[in-house]
Design a protein around this ligand. Structure first.
Ligand code: F3S
Length: 284
């Protein structure tokens, strides 16, 4: 009997850094209130655990407006520039856990927009990371997420354009959309700001799922990257289970299999992955 756990399962570098930052802040022993700007990750278990340690979540503009003191931790997705400015104005202590790869996009967008470039973000306009990136531009921004939007994009012919991507955007789709825009003969600089962490996790999950009898994908039901991981694994292995925690897994279902693969979405903590791995090991 064999269990193969994906090395890339669970937190990416940026999420791990943000989660560690929150726990470190809770250990300082001061009475200062700690907030995260939005839930630190898409994982109910982790957010609940942080709440138990006194960490509150700023969920709306009203929450932000009502804030008078304390420490605010910026999550890995990053935020608009105006959020830093508002917090600074109130004298609130900011702990910036924006992923450095996202921070890099903020700097690109700020610099290019200062030079007068039109910014195009290839990504989902509703995603907080994209909203954050948008908030660093000093010139008009277009967010493009599909072929129709790329085809209908237009701006003055002499306008320089700078294209960046949401870090988790699919590379092939990004290329396709960039090609459509480039055909319009604008002066375009393209900066591929896609982060490889997601792709590597998906590639490894697919190759494990192809070789095992059963595959377990661990992650929050609302996490889009876990849903995608599940789809990829199920295509390669019919016997794929999507669980949030060990409690969702019926170990009897794994009774007759010889090899089990395990992977997890970007917001699944290591202790949950280990717990599943250890319990699967016990039944074999
Ligand atoms: Fe950062 Fe890439 Fe994760 S951009 S938050 S390391 S997916």
């Amino acid at each position: 009997m064999k269990i193969i756990k994906a090395e890339s399962a669970g937190f990416c570098f940026g999420v791990k850094r943000a989660v560690d930052t929150v726990y470190k802040c809770t250990e300082t022993g001061t009475d200062e209130k700690i907030y995260t700007y939005g839930p630190i990750i898409h994982n109910e278990e982790v957010v609940k655990d942080m709440e138990k340690r006194g960490v509150r979540v700023i969920r709306s503009e009203e929450d932000l407006a009502a804030l008078k003191e304390g420490t605010v931790i910026i999550r890995s997705h990053g935020v608009e520039k105006r959020v830093y400015e508002e917090l600074e104005k109130k004298g609130i202590h900011i702990v910036d856990a924006t992923c450095p790869f996202v921070k890099k996009i903020h700097k690109i967008v700020e610099k290019h927009s200062e030079q007068g470039d039109r910014i195009i973000i290839i990504g989902n306009p509703d995603h907080p990371e994209v909203q954050g990136i948008r908030g660093w531009a000093k010139s008009p921004v277009s967010v493009i997420r599909n072929v129709e939007e790329a085809e209908s994009f237009s701006c003055p012919a002499d306008q320089k354009i700078c294209i960046v991507a949401q870090t988790t955007f699919n590379y092939n789709k990004f290329k396709e959309l960039v090609e459509i825009i480039e055909k319009k003969s604008y002066d375009v600089s393209v900066l591929n700001t896609i982060c490889n962490a997601t792709k590597e996790r998906q590639t490894e999950a697919r190759s494990i799922a192809e070789t095992v009898d059963a595959m377990i994908v661990i992650g929050d039901k609302h996490s889009s990257n876990t849903q995608k991981l599940f789809e990829i694994c199920r295509k390669a292995c019919n016997n794929t289970y999507y669980i949030q925690t060990l409690g969702d897994l019926d170990l009897n279902q794994l009774g007759s299999v010889e090899t089990v693969g395990i992977t997890a979405g970007a917001s699944t903590p290591n202790n949950i992955i280990e717990e599943v791995q250890n319990n699967v090991r016990i039944i074999f």
